[in-house]
Design a binder for this molecule. Structure first.
Ligand code: ADP
Ligand code: MG
Length: 382
């Protein structure tokens, strides 16, 4: 028997795993009806030939922002099929297109103008884009709805020039999506005043809402009877604790199913969900550590060394050990404080200021916030 047939034929709890993939867009998004309706209420104007107002969506990771925006785009596309206004919807993920130039070039390309991704000046690309909105030979206007997903990343990286350009192009309406509620601090007043946007907030999902979401997905993706009764409630409860993150809930469910397959179990059990949680957390931390700059990894290595020796970790002592580890190729003592801050923000360490008593001042004590074994595996490989 062919090895691929043999492996492909292996029994599985899954009927079709693709429905648990992040990229899959379901036909129904339970508990987001209100948000979808809000977007539709603004966008419906496009069907009458009027450019809709700009919209901003906020909410934590996994609260369905991307899914809702794509769903609304799909519905509008369907609705505009037999209407005589020329409506275009474009989705841009600002982690893929990270500068104003790249986004505008991408939009030009999607709208049928072949422009280079580099080489032109910004003015050239912006003018080319704007010219596409001049009335065409038939006197018919085009209305463009642009979804800018994860816009905070672009703003941080490249400033607010993109918003300036888009808000000043006729017939363009922007829907921006941000995980970060305070992203508007990256927008200067000059641009903010032309972005007269309507805001829609996506609250975290509660445990019961996550149960509903997971139940719909599990019907598509798992064989009947493959899930023990406690599996979905457990995934939902764990994800509700992680700030109502539906992506995490789906990851738990999928990983628990994969563990069942690995163990040749034809039922997914509650205990597999707990294992899935450990597995996902482990991978998350490993990913964070592996993508740190190497100097930061050395600082972490120094913290690990001191933690294992049960030494109290002050910044001074940390710097000594760090210098030892980096063997001459080290950053200044002052830079270490930036590194400490960044590691703390990533949740890998915590710092605590303690007073040393009169006249001795205050000292920062650093504590590792993840398992030493996990850190060893990530830094030195298994
Ligand atoms: P965000 O963009 O807010 O981080 P996503 O839209 O990417 O979140 O959602 C994360 C995952 O959860 C996706 O796989 C998405 O399909 C799913 N999801 C989120 N909300 C719902 C919902 N209400 N119903 C069904 N699936 C959902
Ligand atoms: Mg998203």
């Amino acid at each position: 028997m062919n090895i691929f047939d043999e492996i492909g034929d292996k029994e599985s709890v899954f009927k079709d795993k693709k429905y648990l993939d992040h990229r899959f867009l379901p036909d129904r998004l339970p508990h987001r009806e209100e948000q979808i309706r809000s977007i539709a209420k603004y966008w419906v104007e496009a069907l009458n030939g009027v450019t809709p107002p700009d919209i901003t969506i906020y909410g934590k990771t996994g609260t369905g922002k991307t899914a809702v925006a794509k769903f609304a785009m799909k519905q509008l596309k369907e609705a505009s099929r037999d209407c005589d206004v020329n409506i275009r919807t474009e989705y841009i993920r600002c982690t893929d297109y990270t500068t104003e130039y790249q986004v505008i070039a991408r939009l030009c390309q999607q709208l049928g103008r072949d422009v280079p991704y580099r080489g032109w000046t910004k003015a050239e690309i912006v003018n080319t884009f704007r010219n596409m909105f001049k009335k065409n030979a038939f006197g018919q206007d085009m209305i463009l709805l642009v979804v800018l997903d994860e816009i905070d990343i672009l703003l941080r990286n490249d400033g607010d020039g993109l918003l300036y350009t888009l808000t000043r192009t006729d017939n363009v309406s922007i829907l921006s999506i941000s995980n970060y509620v305070e992203f508007k601090k990256f927008i200067k007043p000059r641009v903010r005043s032309s972005l007269r946007d309507r805001e829609i907030v996506f609250p975290p999902y509660g445990a019961q809402q996550l149960v509903d979401i997971l139940e719909e997905r599990s019907k598509l993706s798992f064989k009947e009877g493959a899930l023990d009764d406690d599996v979905i409630p457990l995934c939902a409860a764990l994800a509700a604790k992680e700030e109502g993150d539906a992506r995490y809930a789906l990851d738990l469910l999928r990983t628990a199913g994969e563990i069942a397959d690995e163990r040749d179990s034809d039922i997914v059990k509650g205990e597999f969900v707990r294992e899935a949680k450990d597995y996902i957390e482990h991978n998350k931390i490993t990913d964070i550590i592996l993508t740190l700059p190497s100097q930061q990894q050395r600082v972490l290595e120094a913290i690990l060394y001191l933690t294992k020796r049960k030494e109290e970790i002050t910044s001074g002592r940390l710097y000594e050990v760090y210098k030892e580890i980096s063997k001459g190729d080290s950053v200044s003592y002052r830079r270490i404080f930036d590194f400490i801050n960044e590691l703390e923000m990533l949740g890998l360490i915590s710092t605590n200021t303690v007073s040393r008593g009169r006249g001795k001042g205050r000292t920062n004590i650093i504590d590792l916030q993840c398992e030493t074994s996990l850190l060893e595996d990530s830094l030195w490989g298994v």
